[in-house]
Ligand binder design. Structure first.
Ligand SMILES: *[C@@H]1O[C@H](CO)[C@@H](O)[C@H](O)[C@H]1NC(C)=O
Length: 290
């Protein structure tokens, strides 16, 4: 009798727990849905069983769009201004014997695609649309002196479109480039590792590369045990190649790495100095001084 009462109590608690978990799960799912569309002010994705305003907008602006060609609209300037910026997140390794630096960076590309504009008043006040990178034209940014196979991340993340046609493409990447290491002043040395970005196929009259900030953003930096990143100023350069009459602009970020000398001072410099002093003293002191 008593045992039967306990077991039915257990069953009741179990059922209540199950119901609670199910309810909770539903709640979490609906929360994430709301977060996703926070830009479009409480629009629900399934709009009374008809097409959602975001999908409507996307289908209208991409109707005659060809993602394979550069943005070019009649009556507008032909040149596309591309801004290349980056934030250094972490220095992973500076391999001195092989002269290779590996860094985690956040790339920030910005340009304007004149074909992807809309009037927010016609589309329920939507001002930002995020679409997969494959839907639209992405500049072919190449990182010079790269050692790893690919520019990881360049074709992985959604792109942000704004109503005026401006496009922001931010993605995290790991870059591995050649960096000439000069250890003349070791362990009080500073190394400069250049990250040079340029378009591989477009010349400067079609794709003009600049940088809005002209310096790497170091505000999200994670500390490295051996190196301090002192700064990352950028400069823009225009090159001309043999018998090609077009300019080729590029932007180079010079990442300044300063070695933390403390480890080498306390473990190598000070002990070897003391041992040298003892050797000299042993030579100079009289033998019978004790
Ligand atoms: C899509 O947007 C256009 C322009 O605002 C509007 O005329 C049209 O009715 C919308 N279509 C749907 C299915 O909401």
């Amino acid at each position: 009798m008593f045992i039967g009462g306990v077991s039915s109590l257990c069953v009741t608690i179990y059922i209540i727990l199950c119901l609670y978990t199910v309810g909770h799960g539903k709640k979490i799912i609906s929360d994430t849905k709301d977060d996703d569309e926070s830009d479009s002010k409480s629009l629900t994705f399934f709009y009374n069983g008809t097409v959602s305003p975001l999908a409507n907008l996307s289908s209208i602006i991409f109707r005659n769009y060809d993602s394979g060609v550069r943005p070019y609209c009649t009556g507008e300037q032909e040149i596309v201004d591309l801004s290349v910026d980056l934030a250094v997140r972490q220095l992973i390794d500076l391999d001195e014997p092989n002269q290779i630096v590996t860094m985690n960076v956040w790339m920030r590309l910005a340009w304007r695609d004149c074909q992807l504009t809309w009037d927010p008043n016609e589309f329920e006040g939507i001002t930002v649309l995020r679409v997969p990178y494959s839907r639209l034209w992405i500049p072919d940014i190449a990182l010079y002196e790269r050692v790893s196979d690919e520019f990881y991340g360049l074709k992985d993340y959604p792109v942000q479109l704004h109503a005026d046609g401006s496009v922001e493409y931010n993605f995290p990447s790991t870059v591995q480039v050649v960096c000439n290491v000069d250890v003349t002043n070791f362990p009080f040395d500073t190394q400069v590792c250049p990250l040079q970005f340029s378009s591989w196929t477009y010349h400067g009259l079609h794709l003009n590369i600049t940088s809005n900030n002209m310096a790497a953003d170091l505000s999200n930096l994670k500390e490295n045990v051996e190196w301090i990143i002192r700064g990352g100023p950028a400069h823009r350069r225009v090159s001309y190649f043999n018998s090609i009459p077009y300019p080729y602009p590029d932007v180079t970020f010079n990442i300044f790495l300063e070695r933390k000398p403390r480890y080498y001072v306390t473990n190598i410099l000070v002990p070897s100095f003391l041992i040298t002093c003892i050797a000299i003293l042993g030579f100079l002191l009289p033998v019978d001084s004790g």
